[in-house]
Ligand binder design. Structure first.
Ligand SMILES: Nc1nc2c(ncn2[C@@H]2O[C@H](COP(=O)(O)OP(=O)(O)O)[C@@H](O)[C@H]2O)c(=O)[nH]1
Ligand SMILES: [Mg+2]
Length: 342
């Protein structure tokens, strides 16, 4: 599965800039035409101008379309994020429209070439060239909303978190302010990346640590797995389903300190909902802010503190063990139903 890297998509030119670039190049090309006979020279020049302008427009548009990942090639998680952030339909249609524009430009260039072949006078050649230029610019005018839309979409998408679906991923859930972001920072090697989530105005934290050459990713879930489920919209549900796919383990934080923002019974209800939603995935429940916990609720054995580091290494080992990415089994053992037929 590809990983979307929006930062690698170049800025597209404004429609007028594409035209300017195309027409400039076309004029330069026509200067290279040499023919002592004016009739033939102009005919070749006008033909060359139309073809090279079309080449520039066509290749600029197609090169850009190419750099956008095809939605189907992306992970479900990325697809859900893109849908929530800019809309998958709009995304597909805009790219389709730009591709259509490139085809039209090609077609116009072909028609003009055939027309110039049929014409028999110098003024006609000029006219055919002017006519083609006019059509190029009206095509670009027509698709300029889509070009501008994609430019804006790119700026939004580059703020989204990018997760590598081929590496393990830990989804960190829990009510607001229980310490999810602080824990991700504490477990991360280096500063966690701050990204935006289309579901919330809050920032999302994305961290990772390495173990045996694998990058264990950790992702926050503000606005998704931190409030009661019933009032979810379609896109949020989709994102939750996607999280379930991409996450190898769910780490749920409970804040049982005096100062908790969300009362314990509500946190327990949330835990119940989240564990139902992610029933396919192993879940680890920890009590955060152990440095200020006065009395740990009964049965709660895993206090951790992002502040003092208490319990963090144990937690890290447990996560690695539960994910089991390193379990390759015994390479010498044979499948149970294996028979040697010699
Ligand atoms: N004492 C203490 N405070 C913490 C700890 N972890 C987080 N906090 C504080 O709890 C508040 C919420 O933390 P944050 O990570 O933003 O919570 P989130 O909303 O779940 O991401 C912040 O003021 C943190 O400084 C901890 O281990 N000990
Ligand atoms: Mg947070």
């Amino acid at each position: 599965m590809a990983r979307a890297d929006w930062r690698r998509i170049p800025t597209v030119l404004y429609p007028q800039e594409i035209l300017d670039k195309a027409f400039r190049k076309a004029s330069r090309q026509s200067d290279f035409v040499e023919d002592p006979d004016k009739y033939h020279r102009v005919r070749k020049q006008m033909d060359r101008m139309v073809q090279s302008a079309a080449d520039v427009i066509d290749s600029t548009l197609l090169k850009w379309v190419d750099r956008w990942p095809s939605l189907n090639a992306l992970s479900q998680f990325d697809q859900a994020l893109i849908d929530a952030a800019v809309g998958n339909d709009k995304y597909r249609k805009s790219l389709g429209t730009i591709q259509w524009a490139a085809e039209q430009v090609r077609k116009i260039a072909g028609e003009t070439q055939r027309k110039i072949l049929r014409l028999r006078n110098i003024e006609g050649f000029h006219q055919a060239r002017r006519h083609a230029y006019g059509r190029f610019s009206s095509i670009l005018d027509q698709v300029s909303p889509q070009i501008l839309w994609l430019g804006e979409a790119r700026d939004i998408l580059r703020l989204l978190p990018s997760l590598d679906p081929s590496e393990p991923c830990i989804v960190v859930a829990g009510a607001p302010n229980v310490g999810k972001s602080a824990l991700i920072s504490a477990l991360s090697s280096g500063e966690p990346e701050v990204a935006s989530y289309p579901f919330t105005t809050k920032q999302l934290h994305l961290g990772h640590f390495e173990h045996r050459r694998r990058a264990y990713q950790m992702v926050d879930t503000p606005g998704l797995l931190d409030r009661p489920m019933p009032e979810r919209n379609r896109i949020e549900l989709q994102a939750i389903a996607a999280l379930e796919h991409i996450g190898d383990v769910l780490l749920f934080l409970v804040d049982s300190t005096e100062g908790t923002t969300t009362p314990l019974d509500q946190q327990e209800r949330l835990l119940g909902e989240v564990s139902q939603l992610m029933s396919e995935r192993p879940m680890i429940v920890v009590h955060s802010k152990s440095d200020i916990i006065e009395n740990l609720p009964e049965g709660a054995e895993t206090p951790i503190s992002a502040e003092t580091g208490q319990g963090l290494e144990e937690l890290r080992s447990r996560l690695i063990e539960v994910i089991g990415a390193d379990d390759v089994g015994d390479p010498l053992s044979l499948p149970e139903n294996w028979h040697r037929n010699e």
